[in-house]
Design a binder for this molecule. Structure first.
Ligand code: HEC
Length: 198
């Protein structure tokens, strides 16, 4: 009985959708009624609402802007940094699984994107060091104490002067590979003191 009810509800639902997309006038018509709306809809080439297939399907292989992950931010403000780091970034755990097929190695990615500032060894002595102040060494005690999730989030979102790299290192497994590579750099180098620290 409950099943039949459920089925009936689903059919009404589906029927409702079809009615909505096929019978209701296109938003194009409404927009065209407003003369001062200089809208793409007037373009001869683009007819965004012409198809009844709304909402459109995501093309195969498309990646959501957020990478399919919950969004958070390492944050620039002290408060948001505290909240988001504690709630999200620090809770992330580095997966034990190796990177998937086609992933660039952590070393390659680090050398491409991070070394210009942080240096090939992570000591904060990259080639642009003289132009940008405040590039930290990643071999300090402080950087070593950061959680893996924190490093991952720095890569994804950046902070302050450090740009975000989440769009260029968009594969999660590559970001984790960079974290792993960073850890190996730290393990093989002596601890550098944070400048100004006692
Ligand atoms: C344009 C220069 C630049 C590039 C490129 C860059 N960083 Fe940074 N990075 C910085 C600066 C500047 C800071 C300090 C930001 C702050 O504290 O607000 C920083 C901070 C960090 C920190 C935090 C260190 C700590 O102790 O809190 C980590 C981790 C880090 N970067 C990793 C990376 C990785 C990994 C990459 C490559 C994906 C990268 N950075 C690329 C400039 C850069």
């Amino acid at each position: 009985m409950t099943r039949k009810l459920l089925l009936a509800a689903m059919l009404v639902g589906i029927g409702g959708c079809n009615f909505w997309y096929n019978e209701v006038p296109s938003p194009d018509l409404l927009m065209q009624k407003i003369p001062w709306f200089d809208h793409m809809i007037k373009s001869k080439a683009v007819h965004p609402y012409a198809s009844a297939a709304v909402p459109r399907r995501t093309p195969a292989g498309a990646i959501p802007v957020g990478g399919g992950e919950r969004d958070w931010h390492v944050g620039d403000l002290v408060l948001s940094a505290y909240v988001f780091d504690t709630l999200y970034a620090n809770k992330l755990v580095r997966p034990a699984t190796p990177p998937g097929p086609g992933a660039r190695s952590g070393q390659d990615v680090f050398n491409i994107y991070c070394s210009p500032c942080h240096g090939y060894g992570g000591a904060g002595d990259g080639t642009v060091k003289e132009f940008i102040t405040g590039i930290p060494s990643l071999l300090t005690d402080q950087a070593r104490k950061r959680t893996d999730g924190y490093l991952y989030s720095m890569i994804r979102y950046g902070r302050g002067v450090m740009p975000l790299y989440g769009d260029r290192i968009y594969r999660r497994d590559e970001r984790w590979a960079v974290v792993a590579y960073l850890r190996s750099l730290q393990a093989n180098a002596p601890v550098t003191p944070v400048p100004g620290a006692k």
